[in-house]
Design a protein. Structure first.
Length: 326
């Protein structure tokens, strides 16, 4: 059986959504017999698809396999640029490493790297990021915006807004953002973002936005050390979540908000970010490499810098820190 035709058939049916497509039409489109189409449907069922045969109307897909293979993510993907190239891997050390390599080799703006499993997933401040097989979304996105390097941290905030909106659209859940890059439910973390930069004298060559979303883990799937501080969308919603749809929505909102950013600057994104913030107005502790400050988080500047007012009335700009909500 020709696997490319099977994949193309799956794409065709996924794009048709709830609308059945007749066997004859598929046979004509693919230039094969109706029997061949029927055989491909059986093949798709073996691959984990749920195919419904609607009397006199044709076939439609009820369920697709829980895989983030490129052709599945790209079927009915709404973006113009982000995700047009997707590198999918069953396993890698870290999608950040692969994305850095591809960016250096000239991969286009909007290239996405996705892995089912990372053996050396990394977080901010050189921390380890648990990336168990098939339970989350582990991906890195290469962007090539024409902005100066000091604006790079703003993209972490843009990505955070995009992820919160995507989670809301797919699950109905309202997450909040802890400055700069944690997406929380209550005090538990469901998502982290790691923005890295390739730049030279001419400016930003590539931004690598690493996104890790805990999607379908149960409590015991997390390391004992993080069970009380980590959560997943499944734990929050009480049901398994479709990872393919969530990836598509993240890529879609990331494109929408990066376009808005490029057109109108950070100001509209700042308003959106503040609307989802778990930090603003709260008493926090900010641990930095040289000092720790405590006070009230008053807001973020137009550049995405956190404004912290300490008890002595002084306002401090925080560029990078580990934040604890008190
Ligand atoms: C953090 O909260 O510290 C950031 C976590 C970022 C994790 C993602 S998973 C995909 C990409 N690959 C990595 O190794 N890290 C990022």
């Amino acid at each position: 059986m020709n696997i490319t035709v099977t994949h193309k058939l799956a794409t065709r049916l996924l794009e048709a959504g709830s609308e059945p497509v007749s066997g004859q039409q598929l046979a004509d489109e693919f230039g094969v017999s109706r029997t061949a189409i029927w055989k491909h449907m059986k093949e798709l069922e073996e691959m984990g698809y749920g195919i419904e045969s609607v009397r006199k109307k044709g076939y439609r897909i009820q369920k697709s396999p829980d895989s983030l293979e490129a052709f599945l993510v790209q079927a009915d993907l709404k973006t113009k640029k982000i995700g047009k190239r997707i590198e999918y891997m069953e396993q890698c050390a870290s999608t950040q490493i692969v994305a850095h390599q591809l960016a250096q080799e000239g991969a286009p703006d909007g290239t996405v790297v996705i892995a089912e499993l990372q053996t050396e997933g990394r977080g901010r401040l050189m921390r380890k990021w648990d990336s168990a097989k098939g339970q989350g979304i582990w991906m890195s996105i290469i962007l090539r915006p024409d902005v100066p390097p000091h604006k790079a941290p703003q993209f972490t905030l843009v990505a955070a807004v995009a992820i919160v909106r995507a989670i809301q659209s797919v699950t109905g859940l309202e997450a909040s953002i802890k400055w700069p890059n944690d997406i929380l439910f209550g005090t538990k973390k469901a998502t982290g973002i790691l923005t890295e930069l390739q730049s030279d004298a001419d400016g930003i060559q590539a931004l690598i936005i690493g996104i890790g979303v805990n999607v379908n883990q149960e409590r015991e799937d997390f390391d004992a050390a993080v069970q009380d501080i980590a959560t997943s969308l499944r734990l929050e919603s009480g049901q398994p979540i479709n990872r393919r749809e969530l990836v598509q929505e993240i890529l879609h909102f990331l494109e929408v908000y990066t376009e808005l950013y490029i057109e109108k600057g950070f100001a509209p994104l700042k308003i959106l970010w503040e609307g989802h913030s778990a930090t603003i107005g709260k008493a926090i502790r900010a641990r930095m490499s040289r000092e720790t400050l405590e006070g009230i988080a008053e807001g973020i500047t137009e550049d995405g810098v956190l404004q912290l007012r300490t008890a002595d009335g002084k306002l401090h700009g925080i560029y990078s820190a580990d934040i604890e909500l008190k």
